[in-house]
Design a protein around this ligand. Structure first.
Ligand SMILES: [Zn+2]
Length: 151
């Protein structure tokens, strides 16, 4: 969110000689906004969750923050927790995938990243107690949220 990761546009601005192209798509230069929000690869991952909490794939960090202020999210504290976790897990997995491609010459498909995101979220939510005694668990909220937050 603070755009401090050493993306290729930043490395080049610091005088380093690195390729400018995005390692996920090779269609544009790598920057924070491109890598995490506008890349076709990233958009495919985000799109898995559109129509759920997102009306559309997020285009910037500011757009992500605006989603957290939407009434259907801010009025449901469980949804806000899940959404914040989802943002962190997606960004982490996109950054990891980018690094795998650069440093290990291995790549995963969008479907594999979505599977990793889903598994990570379920594992984390399973460890969280419900917000209040008697309320549904975060994991159950996540699993049923497509019906709770229809497009
Ligand atoms: Zn890209």
């Amino acid at each position: 969110m603070l755009e401090r990761l050493p993306t290729r546009d930043r490395l080049i601005s610091w005088g380093m000689s690195v390729p400018a192209a995005c390692p996920l798509c090779s269609l544009a230069n790598e920057s924070h906004d491109h890598l995490f929000f506008n890349c076709v690869f990233s958009t495919a991952v985000w799109s898995h969750y559109t129509g759920w909490m997102f009306a559309a794939a997020s285009a910037s960090p500011a757009a992500v923050l605006a989603i957290l202020d939407q009434p259907h999210i801010s009025s449901c504290s469980g949804a806000a927790v899940i959404l914040k976790l989802l943002l962190q897990v997606i960004v982490y997995n996109l950054w990891t995938e980018r690094n795998q491609r650069i440093f290990r010459q291995s790549s995963s498909s969008e479907a594999a990243i979505i599977s990793k995101v889903d598994r990570s979220i379920k594992d984390r939510l399973l460890s969280l107690p419900p917000l209040r005694e008697g309320s549904i668990s975060f994991l159950l909220l996540y699993l049923t949220s497509r019906s709770l937050f229809p497009p």
